[in-house]
Design a protein around this ligand. Structure first.
Ligand SMILES: *[C@@H]1O[C@H](CO)[C@@H](O)[C@H](O)[C@H]1NC(C)=O
Ligand SMILES: *[C@@H]1O[C@H](CO)[C@@H](O)[C@H](O)[C@H]1NC(C)=O
Length: 280
């Protein structure tokens, strides 16, 4: 126990002195999860916790970081990887200990001589820290520290889905538009568990995502309906590389609304939490 507290206070002072110059907000420094947070939870492949803002000894912000797009299962070991994907082949995950270690039962590669499932562990502290009370990751890139706390709470259910009116004229011919056949239903509804119009289902943020169900059909949206319990923000882009400004936005106030876009089609989406959640 003594060992742990010496290590974690050493880590605190190291990260304070080292992290400060790299961060745009001069008032913020990166502090370790376990020294700042309580009620640390693993939920739908996110870490959720309530962390001290630094204002005083009790003020906390509940925030969350998505893990599935940052960690991979490499033959039973958990590793940082921008492609992520561990949750497809790992189960029974939990977060424990002074270094906020994620451990799961992870599948191994066939024919390696290992048991089919072994325990994989990774220290979340290596890339996730507390900045002014916000849990944020510096992987794959430097975090932007939110200047204020969101008015939207971290939802109990972090999943969301969307559908709407789409076409993919470039993928087929005039009489056979796969996208139009599958995604052509968009009814405004306040029922946040009614996913009848949804075709795309996610539990984490997306950066410049080009909607596809089967290659090579790239969906182009004329209208989009977001269904979620939590507050998310959808930014729609004109081209698949998300160059330039977003041309459309679907915000938390639009949940359940069939939002019709203007004349331009949306070909790629960035979807990020409007609650206190890491956008990357
Ligand atoms: C259009 O594509 C569908 C599906 O590939 C095909 O069955 C149909 O014959 C095509 N029609 C024309 C006019 O090429
Ligand atoms: C909301 O939608 C779900 C799924 O379609 C349905 O089971 C439920 O009855 C609906 N709730 C209300 C209040 O209409």
């Amino acid at each position: 126990m003594k060992h742990v507290s010496i290590l974690s206070s050493l880590a605190t002072s190291l990260s304070f002195s080292r992290a400060a110059p790299a961060i745009s907000n001069p008032g913020a420094s990166a502090a370790p999860i376990s020294s700042q947070c309580i009620n640390i939870e693993y939920r739908q492949n996110w870490i959720v916790a309530e962390c001290l803002t630094g204002e005083d000894a009790t003020t906390r912000i509940k925030s969350a970081v998505y893990l599935h797009n940052k960690i991979e299962n490499s033959d039973g070991s958990l590793k940082w990887n921008a492609g992520g994907g561990y949750a497809r082949t790992c189960a029974d995950c939990q977060i424990t200990g002074a270094d906020a270690a994620l451990s799961c039962s992870c599948g191994t590669s066939w024919n390696t001589g290992k048991p089919p499932n072994i325990i994989g562990t990774i220290k979340l502290d290596e890339h996730i820290s507390v900045y002014n009370g916000h849990l944020l990751s510096n992987f794959p890139s430097t975090p932007a520290i939110p200047p204020i706390s969101s008015k939207y709470a971290v939802p109990d259910d972090l999943s969301y889905s969307f559908g709407g009116l789409a076409t993919c004229p470039e993928a087929g011919n005039e009489s056979y538009d796969f996208c139009k056949m599958t995604t052509n239903s968009c009814h405004t509804s306040t029922n946040t568990s009614d996913t009848l119009d949804s075709r795309f289902f996610f539990t984490g943020p997306l950066t410049c995502y080009v909607p596809t169900i089967y290659f090579p059909a790239h969906f182009q949206f004329e209208a989009l309906k977001l269904v979620s319990q939590g507050a998310w923000e959808v930014l729609g882009y004109r081209d698949e590389t998300c160059s330039g400004e977003a041309i459309e936005r679907v915000g938390p106030e639009d949940v359940g609304v069939c939002k019709k876009f203007g004349d331009q089609r949306v070909r790629a989406l960035t979807i990020r939490p409007a609650f206190n959640g890491d956008p990357q």
